[in-house]
Design a protein. Sequence first.
Length: 258
Amino acid sequence: MARALSLYVETNTFLQKLDPMVKLLYILLSILLPFLILPYRVVGLTFILISCLLLLYGKVFKKVLPLLGFSFLILISIVIIQGLFMQSNRTPAFTIDGLTFYKEGLLYAWTLCIRVLDVLLAFALLVLTTRPSDLIQSLVKRGLSPRFGYVLSSALQIIPQMMSEVGSIMDAQRSRGLETEGNLWTRLKAFVPLIGPVVMSSLLETRERAMALEVRGFSAIGKKTFLFDTEMTLLDKILEWVLGILLLISIIVRIVWL
């Protein structure tokens, strides 16, 4: 069975066909606007809503749910720590079992939670609806070094690659009688026999990939060509200009208000 080397989900929607640079501009806008230019909670909530709608339209929202579930634990810890112990806490909001939460800390925690979700959903939109090869090709065509493009491509593929390796190695270890399921102690005992093969196989695959690239002339001097050369559509160009203008206007507004 072929192994998936990316988190990309093929659903044949508008988002999958959109040029990766448009999605990168959206990420840039969704991060800079709520963080630096217009640091208001309503702006961050607006981008969260837009990202959720785009993920639903792209039929990949279910893939984001595990990430949101994991981030929920982090967000809860942010609310507890800031609500209880933030240095500028002055106004009590409510008390639970003798623990007093303060308004200042809760508002700051609410802002942090919005920003974290904004970043997670924006990057999820890119990763789940864009092939790594298309993203790297788009960046290289705009002047990015092919070597840095390879590093970025490897970084995008390392998580699904290691997940695939872990699954294969766990199946192999189970066939040899290793217990990999059960209580926490059983899982911890199974961790050591798993981590060694995972690390070694990752190193071997990295070496083999580097050798394959050199055979294909990766280090050769000269103009690079692409196996599948794609051009931006009129819609891609319009969206790129719109997002760029919105970003420029936001920066100007921020400078004027300062």
